[in-house]
Design a protein around this ligand. Structure first.
Ligand code: KG4
Ligand code: ZN
Length: 340
């Protein structure tokens, strides 16, 4: 079965063709990074306009020489995300489904991130613990089976990626902040600052706003004159120490949850999972704890339509959607729900 995936929930316009939920034929991503970088964050109106301008182009390229009639079903992200951005993907997907008389399947973006793992590790089997860690989400989810999930923790304020982006803005670095902070953290020219770790051991929820405020106060107290005049060594040190505090927190909470719920496999996905220091820390501690650890490849960590097509395939197979079930709605605050 050939599924066409469409993803436009935030600032990536993406279209992909995936065969039988595992084989990626194409996965085209147009990143709007250049459009939003000067604002240090995504501007929703610019995002939806850019989706409109690029959506046909990414779909055409993703067909990869195939005729669109060869597509068996269309999977599209319906939330969570930005309303205007989601609507572009939904309307285009509905139009294609209507014209081709093919089924359309709505996919939750967070669910999509978890399914990215099945594209890189076709043999991985549930149950496992998933940490979805991106610009909009930090959630710990028990993936009991396809379509059967239990959310055991989520962020109470900033998502981890959002905290990376805000600290980058504070330090006058580029958007998105995660890759910039990671790059500067690697420098030898640095010292260590003892920022707090928001472990919150009584819950599996996350909170990164206190850590963010600690960094803001540190900068205000130590560099009161002008952030722009900070020396590279100071910027590198803040980046490294902030990143380490986020990583320590994510790793400790995730491994503690896996042990508590008796899960032997951990999947880390979403944009922040592209961070190499985070990967190394997880690999090293999971080895010690004898837990299996899985990351999607870097390209599949950030937003892409391949993961949406993959999730859509399993949904179609299991829910047996009726042909042309066109009545789908977008929801910017969509919650993860079970379909089994
Ligand atoms: O999954 P994603 O592409 O979009 C959302 O669903 O939000 O994640 C984007 C987020 C941004 O906040 C970005 O700063 C962060 O992922 N990110 C990283 C890295 N690459 C992207 N954070 C830390 N280290 C990275 N290497
Ligand atoms: Zn995402």
């Amino acid at each position: 079965m050939l599924v066409l995936g469409i993803e436009t929930s935030c600032d990536e316009t993406s279209s992909a063709l995936v065969e039988n939920g595992r084989k990626v034929i194409s996965n085209i991503v147009f990143s709007q990074e250049k459009i939003h970088s000067k604002y240090f964050g995504v501007v929703p109106e610019f995002a939806s306009r850019a989706h409109l301008e690029k959506i046909n182009w990414v779909i055409e390229r993703s067909l990869n020489g195939k005729n669109i009639n060869q597509v068996d079903a269309i999977a599209v992200t319906v939330g969570p995300g930005l309303m205007g951005s989601l609507l572009v993907g939904k309307i285009v997907a509905q139009t294609i489904a209507y014209v081709l008389k093919k089924p359309i399947v709505p996919v939750n973006h967070i669910e999509g991130h978890i399914f990215s793992i099945f594209l890189d590790y076709p043999k991985i089997k549930p149950p496992f613990l998933a940490l979805v860690v991106s610009g909009g989400h930090t959630e710990l989810i028990i993936f009991e089976d396809f379509g059967k999930y239990k959310v055991i923790g989520k962020t109470r304020d900033d998502a981890a990626g959002e905290a990376f982006d805000k600290i980058a803005k504070l330090l006058n670095l580029k958007y998105p902040g995660g890759p910039e902070i990671e790059k500067l953290s690697k420098s030898e020219n640095k010292y260590v600052i003892d920022f707090p770790r928001p472990y919150m051991p009584e819950t599996f929820d996350f909170s990164f706003s206190g850590l963010k405020t600690a960094v803001v106060y540190y900068v205000r107290d130590n560099f009161p004159k002008n952030v722009k005049k900070m020396k590279p060594i100071d910027i590198n040190s803040i980046c490294y120490s902030f990143q380490k505090a986020v990583i320590d927190t994510l790793v400790w909470k995730t491994i503690t949850a896996a042990k508590k719920f008796g899960l032997k496999k951990i999947v880390i996905c979403g944009g922040v999972s592209a961070n190499m220091a985070l990967r190394e820390e997880f690999f090293s501690l999971c080895k010690k704890e004898k837990l299996g650890i899985y990351f999607p490849s870097k390209k599949l960590s950030t937003d892409n339509a391949g993961m949406i097509a993959c999730a859509g395939y399993y949904k179609i197979k299991n829910v047996k959607l009726k042909m042309q079930n066109l009545k789908i709605e977008v929801d910017p605050n969509l919650k993860l729900s079970n379909w089994q």
